[in-house]
Design a binder for this molecule. Structure first.
Ligand SMILES: NC(=O)c1ccc[n+]([C@@H]2O[C@H](COP(=O)([O-])OP(=O)(O)OC[C@H]3O[C@@H](n4cnc5c(N)ncnc54)[C@H](OP(=O)(O)O)[C@@H]3O)[C@@H](O)[C@H]2O)c1
Length: 323
């Protein structure tokens, strides 16, 4: 089968398309013949070594397809089941076939097609975690979402808007303003060009926001903290610009702030949590709380070009790799 792997960590050019034997599932596992694979920023951390993994490594944590073999002892799944997954371990979804623990292979409702599933299993459940559990967004609140035109950003902005929040989004270029607005942002700030915190204060009568969802990391850390209102929460959930580091505990005393660094796999760490989160996402899609926008599709063998586009900030919405 075709598998994307890297012998050493580095830039997108370390990604190679190789031919390897199709893996067999062990006890308690299923094998998925993949129809679509989600492209996520986290895979750039896998490739660069920011998220260390054994070499040769194969990136990838999200996808969808059909179960084609079940391992010993598996009774929950059968051959032919349509499934989707967001699996932190084992990493390695950039392949035509993928083996994972059966409990992590979520059965898809008929209404969710493979491309949609491959775009929402990781990003949708992360949005559910952020909007409903890390901080529970309520109608009437004004919130700040960074990288609002990206994969996570377009889902967060739409879903939060449907929950009744007013979303201030940030984007990195003028071309992305329209994307953010089309996805529910009431206001859009150009990060890197405008003073984010000053704009947020201006848009909130000086109060600041109760929550900031920050997947950019280093470049926006200070502005995110400065944008919070009293007892506000910074949910720092990613590092697209590099890790957000060195926040002093004393820094949080100005406004009695909360800081958390949530990861979706810690919020879907058992079958109950995983299925509850996935079902909330499926229901939100069915009810139209957010629409999945697959704006870029790459052949799996072109994963390198996909990483270049993602890291080059050339993508909007979600992207897929098709085996
Ligand atoms: N914690 C979790 O469980 C979890 C789960 C899923 C995703 N995430 C995180 O969520 C974030 C978004 O992921 P995604 O897959 O949806 O990616 P994405 O938002 O589609 O792409 C990343 C975006 O970050 C912005 N950005 C700002 N500074 C950047 C820089 N120096 N280099 C590259 N991009 C930069 C760019 O948008 P602009 O051009 O508009 O700035 C870019 O489009 C990532 O940090 C990811 O790690 C976390």
């Amino acid at each position: 089968m075709l598998r994307i792997q890297f012998e050493q960590t580095g830039g997108p050019d370390v990604l190679q398309a190789v031919d390897v034997p199709i893996p067999d599932p062990g006890p308690g596992q299923v094998r998925v013949k993949q129809a679509a694979i989600g492209l996520n920023f986290i895979e750039t951390y896998q490739r660069t070594g920011a998220n260390p993994m054994p070499l040769p490594g194969c990136p990838g944590s999200e996808g969808a397809g059909v179960v084609d073999v079940v391992g010993e002892g598996v009774t929950s799944h059968k051959v032919g089941d349509r499934v989707g997954y967001a699996a932190g371990a084992p990493v390695g979804a950039y392949a035509e076939y993928y083996v994972l623990p059966a409990w992590k292979a979520v059965k898809l409702p008929e209404s969710i097609d493979f491309n949609t599933a491959a775009a929402i299993m990781l990003k949708g459940m992360t949005a559910e975690m952020l909007l409903m559990r890390v901080f529970h967004v309520k109608p009437g609140q004004t919130i700040l979402v960074h990288a609002a035109a990206g994969g996570m950003g377009t889902i967060l902005s739409q879903w939060a808007t449907s929950l009744g929040a007013r979303v201030i989004g940030t984007v990195g270029s003028a071309e992305k303003v329209a994307v953010a607005k089309a996805n529910g942002c009431a206001e859009v700030i150009l990060h890197g060009q405008e003073d984010i915190a000053a704009r947020v204060r201006g848009l909130t009568n000086g109060k600041g926001v109760p929550v900031v969802y920050d997947g950019i990391g280093a470049a926006t850390l200070e502005a995110s903290l400065d944008s919070l209102g009293l007892r506000g929460m910074l949910a720092s959930f990613g590092n697209a610009s590099g890790p957000a580091e060195n926040v002093s505990v004393q820094r949080l005393k100005f406004g009695s702030l909360f800081l958390t660094r949530p990861g979706v796999f810690d919020y879907t760490s058992n079958p109950e949590e995983l299925n509850a989160s996935a079902n909330t996402v499926f229901e939100a899609v069915a009810k139209g709380h957010f629409k999945v926008q697959v704006n870029q599709t790459f052949a799996l063998k072109d994963a390198r070009a996909a990483h270049e586009a993602l890291e080059g900030r050339q993508t909007t919405g979600s992207s897929l790799l098709i085996p």
